[in-house]
Design a protein around this ligand. Structure first.
Ligand SMILES: *Cc1c(COP(=O)(O)O)cnc(C)c1O
Length: 216
């Protein structure tokens, strides 16, 4: 827990939200963090997210941070607070449809590819620009920002370069397409190994798992 307080106060000073990534961790441990006052939790699997949402207090804000399949959107649409990992138009369209069924507006982030690794998903920035009109026409989702994942590396210079690039993309959109839209304000960037570099480079939301809950 001591790392929780240290990380939390560092992030508070910088006005950055902490998404506690509780994937694979048991209900009891999440409840401990809840009892300390924490309310923002992130999961990367739909089944686990639904199970934990059912088992834990209802004032928790649940964030979906992992790759999301279209056919599973319906299970989280009734309650999810933010989906970080929207990386294609078909997925966005499905979320919009399921949100409508639930008479909700679902907040989403658009995941942008910044890492060189082939395994990292996300929109290329140019493609994203071309798809934005289509995405903005969906009335039951609200695009509140971007999400990015850096290359898995110990080389801080590579990470920093990618986060600078991501912050640049975010600012371009904020100053152009989303100029009249104050709700576009979140940049989800930074994990256990690189959250300080992310905060330095404009992150508003970090997703931290192992540093809080221990190794998985
Ligand atoms: C697991 C995960 C995290 C947290 O990773 P840690 O290194 O444990 O902090 C952040 N973002 C996503 C998308 C994840 O899947």
């Amino acid at each position: 827990m001591s790392s929780y307080y240290n990380i939390n106060s560092f992030l508070k000073e910088n006005d950055v939200k902490l998404i506690a990534v509780s994937k694979t961790k048991p209900i009891d441990l999440i409840q401990d963090f809840y009892d300390k006052g924490h309310r923002l939790f992130g999961e990367n699997r739909v089944n686990e997210l639904v199970e934990k949402h059912n088992a834990l207090p209802k004032d928790i804000e649940w964030h979906m941070i992992g790759h999301l399949q279209k056919n599973k959107v319906k299970y989280i649409a009734p309650f999810v607070d933010l989906i970080h990992s929207v990386d294609n138009v078909k997925l966005a369209t499905t979320i919009d449809k399921e949100a409508k069924k639930n008479e909700r507006i679902v907040n989403i982030l658009l995941q942008v590819k910044i890492a060189e690794e082939e395994t990292k998903t996300g929109f290329g920035f140019d493609i994203l620009l071309s798809k934005l009109p289509e995405l903005q026409a969906l009335t039951s989702i609200k695009i509140i920002g971007l999400m990015g994942m850096g290359t898995f590396t110990n080389d801080d210079e590579i990470t920093e370069k990618e986060f600078v690039k991501m912050h640049g993309y975010f600012n371009i959109l904020k100053q152009t397409v989303f100029r009249d839209n104050p709700e576009f304000k979140e940049l989800s960037m930074g994990m256990s190994g690189d959250y300080k570099i992310a905060v330095k480079n404009g992150s508003t939301m970090v997703r931290i798992g192992s540093l809080l809950f221990g190794k998985r």
